[in-house]
Write a protein that binds this ligand. Structure first.
Ligand code: CU
Length: 497
């Protein structure tokens, strides 16, 4: 590649991109570690060319005890599947659970029979054969169950794996790799003072807010910690939580660089200190630890954040608007309320140094700019009230087709949130673009300006998304708050010739 096309992370280019100097790591960035921390596991890896995934319960260590978990191939956390663009993937799912399951390849553009629609769920002892060609851009995707009414418990129990698509163009970018790439699946879980991972939602708040945890698990372990050299790291993150929205921050708001979103790279890198990552969404980040001192502890955390218009729990579920305190949970709910701070993963800096990294100014030349031209082809109103989660006033019905869409035609879909709860909207059938957001945050966030399959719709917001579908058949759009999804906030659309 042309070296002039690069803006280095080092030297003058570093200043040119708005960072006046390497971060000054003051004492405020160093947090105490009150609890013994567990080393972050690297994810086991498999290739997808000819793969069997066996869903089954197993036992995992949690803090100083053990817990039953559900996972694939006995690996906890679930294995990372690495695929090349253009490759044909043949994957056999074997069900050794005591209940139905099916796998959805979140974000991939695959034929109907490979999308994991809940009507394809297989019973205990059953098998399902997936066969598809990987056409998507290099990026971080993931896989998880899509069993109607049981997606939340199965994902919560550990069935959540990363899926990385690679190609040669990405390799030429020279991004940090090997030990300098950390692939992370982050989930919150509700342990209380115990060590058991148990999905036990209470009626009431857990049905409305989703099943919120009290501790974050990184790659399957609670209170995770990883040693990092004084170098530049690529962090690739899936929010695999049931309901938790992460307001990603590093230490005392140390800067980081965003490279990509759900479906691959942004046009170019963007420097930020905060990034909102809802359930189902992915972030591809560069973090520079070169300014840190050996022994420093820097926490990847979810910072406290406001969700204007969100109903907060109070005793008796009357609710009130605004961000509530932790003491107000009523009706048996638990977990840290949405919007409260949560530690995710501790980085402990060593004396080692990392290799030099040159960051290209341009990451994705094929990403076209998009504009909202004011037209809307269909509107989907998401609403939650009185324990009901609906889209256009209806709950999911397995055999009802709610919309018919023509293959290969670009449409503008508008999603509106009429209620008081956040909804991460996930549209199957590949990658789409967010055109605009009105109300609430009032704009498209910098990290949303790439290919997207999931878009966070906060109370009062209206999002317009350009969608286009390759394959004919029945696909889904739904809320990726898994309690909302399981309760029926999901809709079938049929793509026709
Ligand atoms: Cu929702």
């Amino acid at each position: 590649m042309d070296r002039k096309a690069f803006i280095g992370l080092v030297g003058a280019g570093f200043i040119g991109r708005g960072w006046s100097a390497a971060p000054d790591l003051g004492a405020a960035w160093i947090s105490a570690s009150p609890r013994a921390r567990t080393p972050l596991p690297r994810l086991p890896e498999v290739s997808g060319a000819d793969l069997t995934l066996t869903a089954a319960p197993t036992t995992a260590s949690v803090r100083d005890g053990t817990s039953e978990v559900w996972t694939y191939n006995g690996d906890y956390p679930s294995p990372l599947i690495r695929l090349s663009r253009g490759e044909r993937a043949r994957i056999r799912l074997v069900n050794r659970l005591d209940e139905e399951t099916i796998v959805h390849w979140h974000g991939l553009d695959v034929p109907e029979a490979a999308d994991g629609h809940p009507r394809f769920a297989i019973g205990p002892g059953g098998e399902y054969a997936y066969d598809f060609t990987v056409t998507d851009a290099p990026g971080l995707y993931w896989y998880h169950p899509h069993t109607h009414g049981r997606t939340a418990p199965q994902t919560y129990m550990g069935m959540a794996g990363l899926l990385v698509v690679e190609d040669e163009a990405e390799a030429e970018l020279g991004l940090p790799s090997g030990e300098f790439e950390l692939d992370l699946v982050l989930q919150d879980k509700r342990l209380g003072s115990g060590t058991e991972i148990r999905y036990a939602p209470a009626m009431g708040p857990d049905r409305m807010f989703g099943y919120l945890g009290d501790v974050a698990f990184a790659n399957g372990v609670a209170d995770a910690s990883v040693e990092v050299a004084r170098g530049v790291y690529r962090l690739r993150i899936v929010n695999g939580s049931n309901a938790r929205i992460f307001e990603l921050a590093l230490g005392d708001d140390m800067p980081f660089t965003v490279l990509g979103a759900d479906g691959g790279f942004l046009s170019g890198p963007v420097d930020l200190r905060r990034l909102t990552l809802a359930t189902g969404e992915r972030a591809d980040l560069l973090v520079d630890f070169r300014g840190a001192n050996p022994g420093d502890s820097i926490m990847l955390r979810s910072a406290e954040f406001e969700i204007p218009g969100m109903m907060m729990p109070m005793s008796g579920m009357q609710g009130r608007m605004g961000r509530g305190g932790r003491g107000g949970m009523g009706m048996g709910g638990g977990g840290v309320p949405q919007g409260e701070a949560l530690d995710l993963l501790e980085f402990v800096v060593t004396a080692d140094e990392g290799p030099e990294v040159r960051l290209p100014a341009r990451l994705n030349a094929s990403l076209e700019p998009v504009t909202d031209l004011g037209t809307v082809d269909r509107t989907f109103r998401f609403d939650s009230r009185m324990m009901q989660h609906t889209i256009n006033g209806r709950s999911f019905a397995m055999d009802r087709i709610d919309e018919q869409v023509q293959a290969g035609r670009t449409e503008v879909w508008e999603f509106a949130n009429d209620g008081a709860f956040p909804h991460p909207v996930h549209v199957h059938g590949g990658q789409h673009r967010i055109l605009s957001r009105e109300g609430g945050r009032g704009g498209v966030m910098p990290w949303e300006r790439g290919l997207k399959d999931t878009a966070l719709l906060l109370p009062g917001e209206r999002i317009r998304m350009a969608v286009e579908f390759t394959y004919t058949g029945i696909f889904l759009l739904h809320c990726h708050n898994l309690e909302h999804e399981d309760a029926g906030m999901m809709s079938n659309f049929e793509v026709v010739d």
